[in-house]
Design a protein around this ligand. Structure first.
Ligand SMILES: [Zn+2]
Length: 1017
């Protein structure tokens, strides 16, 4: 007999049958669990430290009860859970149900077995699927409970600073009988209900699903499980009705995005990895088709050292192709701020780790959650064995919708990689009908490709995928009306996308995230530490390589350097270098930088001692001499400060050969000394025969000229080096975002504390200083310095920063008309508009650059710069950026193109100071290890080859954006030279000629070349 059906009541009938709130006394949900029984005994030991299992179980445990609370935040509770399963439960599936705040890990027989996290829908540990009478009914488990949530312990909101006093309550701990037949029926009905609701009234499948669900409830007597199979058969009819051939295919892959540190410290991440991955491994045992993509070599290495048993199981699953390492990098790093060489090392350390551990490198770059992507990344990927890239963060754009989900991304050198954004715009899906439909509907490349990725699983310690997600997707394998869903791998997805790629579009240049652009500034100490440590490791590698090549007993500090690089790379994680982490993480990061500085200084001294041993011996002569070392690949003439008699510092003008050294006894005389003069109106002029500047009493530039050109750089009536304060209150993401409207709140800094006074009258160096009151309670002191022969003015800046929600900037209005400005990025540069014509231009109101940025009008003026801004967000670190800051920036007027004016080299020189060491009386001609014949080519890195202690890797790039031919000249004893990739694997046909002039190399614009030089040692 047929009945009229009212759509709304039918839908709600199904909802109530599944509800865990209403009618649980008579609906299906209320039957999910059968009998229950409490643990035989429950006790706990609490500690502020994160300790190993062995140590924990030795401690004294005191009895506790369900309902007790623990803490405060960051403590760890070890629970001893003694269980005794009632004999009457024979044949039944038995779970331990554990509901508590915090993140739990179950230990059984001294091994971690599963994570327990309410927020990750993991509150059940399956003790047995069918209790046998013969198996022991009593057992003891331990639950290690971290007193922090999935997303830390923010007070009042997720990203607020952690609440140090939070308590964590154990609300449920009991044995239960689990009715799997009820569960399966619930999943069937949930899918049908979703289809009915989401496919909509215009779709007949919606009604088919609804009427099927309705009929299932009719046949199902919840008190009589023998009625369930008939209900399930009805569902099976719908699920087995197939799609047509043209249906979209979704490639589902398990995933668990784990931030290496964020709202919790690094140490907790180690446990988050263990909790999550052991849960995945456990799930794979009963779901051999489950695939799981896992990035970040660092996290594998953590689990390897802290959880060797788990790691061994993971290695087996990697070999089986189920547990899939992806990404190829050491961590999922920030995509904007690390140097080019740092990015190479992310891949070098990552890919080599994956190769050594699993016998394979990753074939796709994986960076779903980073705040923008440098236009140099495609070339770096290609150089590291990668042609495929997966991300999705641009779906967070505030202004413009990115026009593609599958496309070719082309970098500044023309390298292309196949790029895919999962169209569901998430990397934490749950296998729901809604998400599948969104994936298909949202896909911007419909008609070009018919496959897409779907990453499912709770991130950040949520344990990744759940059984329920898998069970949902099993029902959606090929069901008419829904996209096909298959468990897949990145390789399967990208292989099919490659086959379909003939119609794909190409996006050229950076993938700019129109959000989170405060992360270029927040936590200035971290930015500074990163830049400084990049320089330190560069210098240690150069000097150590030279020391090895000079012969003798010096050992290249390969393992120490690897350790220091890994610390630096770890801090480049996408919530650490961007500054979007809590105070504890900042403290850890600064400690790692301190270690790199400390160890780096020692390693550098050892290398210099070995390289220049005979020069450093104290001699009999009375002449004071200085050894000056240059780690950059061009000759430099600069004013240095060197140790003088009686410990005093003395200035000297020196010329140092390219990547080499010189002994300086008598310093050079400058062609023209620096002249600093106070004018009648109180302003101060500085001049060195190259440039001339005029500064007012507030330290502002009223004039800046390149002598020899009549061109004035500062516009009439304007002042450069003008500080300005802006209100900085974003919409939500405090540490992350600076919003467009902050530009409307500009207030020039006008509080003068100490007017500009001459501090060095001239000669080799002239300088003048002043102090300003900034905002309510901050102060700024600046020394403006001009050196003899130097074409730029330096601004050594000290700030005592005490503002809240303010943004300090320094402005350089320039007499230049240009639609674009040029910004240095990794191994090259790019242009961005200076106007706001379109929304794409406007959305880039706040951008990043590396060592310089340049504005020129048919070759007139340029301004290299270093960090020049401060913010003061309050979440997630209330103390962010408060305190003392010191930084330097510089401004350089020039004629001709910035390439011809040597801007790139000058910006390097500002960042890589010469090293001066007291020397003995020994004589020695200037020595250069490396130089390059073309100014367009920069020799960026010199290091020992990873696999051959007798070989050197020299990495060069074309920096002008031109085609260039260059000779790499070296005085090292080279017997063989060949090109290699960024992983240092020799390229086929890459053998290079060795000629008296050096090694000939040819470059296309911004091309990166690595040369392997085998030494005669
Ligand atoms: Zn993340």
């Amino acid at each position: 007999m047929s009945f009229l059906k009212h759509r709304r009541t039918a839908l709600e009938r199904v909802e109530k049958f599944l509800s865990d709130t209403y009618f649980t006394d008579c609906n299906l949900r209320g039957r999910l669990f059968g009998d229950r029984c409490p643990p035989a005994a429950l006790s706990c030991f609490q500690t502020p430290r994160r300790i190993p299992y062995r140590e924990a179980v030795e401690q004294e445990f005191r009895p506790v009860r369900v309902g007790d609370s623990f803490g405060p935040t960051w403590q760890t509770c070890w629970f001893k859970v003694e269980l005794s399963i009632p004999p009457a439960w024979a044949g039944r599936e038995v779970h331990l149900v554990w509901e508590s705040d915090g993140e739990g890990l179950v230990w059984r027989d001294a091994q971690p077995v599963q994570g327990l996290t309410k927020e990750g829908e993991k509150t059940s540990y399956i003790l047995t699927r069918s209790l046998k009478e013969t198996e022991p009914h009593s057992l003891t488990l331990y639950v290690e409970l971290a007193c922090n949530g999935l997303f830390g312990a923010g007070k009042g909101s997720m990203i607020a600073p952690p609440d140090p006093d939070r308590r964590f309550t154990l609300s449920k701990a009991e044995l239960v009988v689990f009715n799997r037949d009820v569960y399966e029926l619930l999943v069937d009905l949930e899918i049908l209900l979703d289809m009915a609701q989401l496919l909509g009234e215009e779709n007949q499948r919606s009604f088919q699903a609804l009427y099927t669900a309705n009929q299932m409830i009719n046949v199902c007597d919840v008190t009589d499980p023998s009625t369930f199979p008939a209900a399930r058969d009805l569902a099976a009819v719908i699920f087995s009705q197939r799609n047509g051939q043209s249906q979209h295919t979704i490639h589902a892959m398990g995933h668990c995005h784990i931030d290496s540190a964020w709202l919790w410290p690094y140490e907790e991440t180690i446990r988050k990895c263990a909790r999550s991955w052991v849960t995945v491994v456990h799930l794979m045992e009963s779901n051999p088709q489950l695939t799981f993509t896992c990035s970040q070599a660092q996290q594998f290495q953590w689990v390897q050292s802290w959880y060797p048993g788990l790691y061994a199981r993971i290695r087996d699953l990697v070999a089986k192709g189920q547990f899939i390492p992806v990404g190829g990098t050491w961590v999922e790093m920030d995509g904007n701020l690390p140097s080019g060489e740092s990015m190479v090392r992310q891949f070098l350390q990552g890919q080599r780790f994956f190769q050594q551990q699993f016998g394979q490198i990753c074939s796709e770059f994986w960076l779903p959650d980073t705040f923008g992507y440098s236009a140099q990344l495609p070339q770096l990927m290609r150089g590291c064995g990668i042609r495929r890239f997966l991300t999705q963060k641009l779906s967070w754009n505030l202004v413009n919708t990115f026009p593609h989900h599958t496309f070719f991304w082309e970098g500044i050198d023309g390298s292309r990689v196949l790029t895919h954004f999962p169209p569901g715009d998430s990397y934490g899906m749950q296998g729901r009908v809604e998400e599948m439909l969104k994936t298909v509907k949202n896909n911007k490349d419909k008609g070009r490709v018919n496959h897409s990725a779907f990453l499912f699983g709770f991130g950040d310690g949520g344990g990744g995928p759940t059984q329920k997600m898998l069970d949902r997707m099993k029902r959606m394998r090929d069901t008419d009306g829904l996209p096909r869903v298959q468990l897949s791998t990145p390789d399967q997805l990208f292989s099919v996308l490659e086959k379909e790629s003939s119609q794909l579009c190409t996006w050229v240049g950076e993938l700019f995230l129109e959000l989170h652009n405060g992360t270029y500034t927040t936590q200035a100490q971290i930015k500074k530490g990163n830049r400084e440590c990049e320089r330190i490791l560069h210098d240690v590698e150069v000097l150590s390589t030279l020391a090895v090549a000079r012969g003798g007993t010096f050992q290249y500090p390969a393992s120490q350097l690897q350790h220091l690089w890994r610390l630096l790379l770890l801090n480049q994680f996408h919530d650490v270098l961007p500054g979007s982490c809590i105070q504890q993480v900042v403290e850890d990061a600064l400690e790692y930088y301190a270690e790199i500085r400390r160890a780096g200084a020692e390693l550098q001294e050892e290398a210099v001692q070995s390289l220049c041993q005979e020069l450093l011996q104290p001699g009999a002569g009375s002449t004071q001499s200085t050894l000056v070392l240059n780690t950059l690949p061009w000759e430099r003439t600069e004013v240095i400060s060197r140790p003088g008699p009686a410990g005093a510092e003395a200035l000297a003008l020196v010329t140092v050969p390219s990547m080499g050294y010189v002994i300086v006894r008598e310093p050079l005389l400058p062609p023209q000394p620096v002249a600093v003069r106070k004018q009648e109106d109180g302003s101060i002029t500085m001049e060195n025969g190259v440039i001339a500047a005029c500064l007012d009493a507030m330290g502002r530039l009223t004039s800046l000229r390149l002598l020899g050109s009549q061109r004035e750089s500062v516009p009439d009536g304007c002042c450069a080096n003008q500080f300005a304060l802006f209100d900085d209150v974003p919409l939500y993401w405090d540490a992350w975002d600076v919003m467009d409207y902050h530009l409307e709140t500009r207030k020039p800094v006008t509080g003068l504390l100490k007017p500009l006074e001459i501090t060095l009258a001239g000669g080799l160096r002239g300088s003048a200083s002043f102090s300003l009151q900034v905002g309510e309670s901050s102060t700024l002191t600046q020394e403006i310095i001009l050196d003899a022969t130097c074409p730029f003015l330096r601004f050594l800046t000290q700030v005592e920063w005490k503002e809240a929600h303010k943004f300090l900037k320094v402005e350089f209005p320039v007499q230049v008309r240009s639609p674009n400005a040029t910004y240095e990025i990794q191994f090259g540069h790019l242009q961005r508009p200076t106007h706001w014509n379109t929304s794409w231009d406007w959305a880039r109101f706040e951008v990043w650059a590396h060592k310089w940025l340049e504005l020129s009008e048919q070759r007139i003026t340029q301004f290299p710069s270093v960090v020049l801004r401060l913010r003061a967000p309050k979440s997630p670190d209330a103390t962010a950026d408060i305190g003392h800051h010191q930084f330097t920036y510089a401004v350089m007027p020039h004629q001709g193109s910035f390439q011809d004016a040597g801007v790139i080299q000058r910006a390097y020189s500002l960042n890589f100071p010469l090293h001066a060491v007291p020397a003995g009386a020994a004589q020695c001609p200037p020595w250069s290890a490396f130089s390059v014949s073309s100014a367009a080519v920069v020799l960026e890195a010199v290091k020992q080859a990873e696999d051959n202690p007798a070989a050197v890797v020299a990495r060069l790039y074309e920096a002008h954006g031109s085609t260039a031919v260059a000779w790499l000249q070296t005085s090292l004893p080279v017997k063989e030279a060949m090109l290699c990739d960024l992983l240092e694997r020799p390229l086929a046909g890459g053998r290079l000629r060795l000629e008296p002039r050096g090694v000939p190399l040819s470059f296309t614009p911004f091309q990166l070349l690595s040369v392997l030089l085998v030494l005669k040692l």
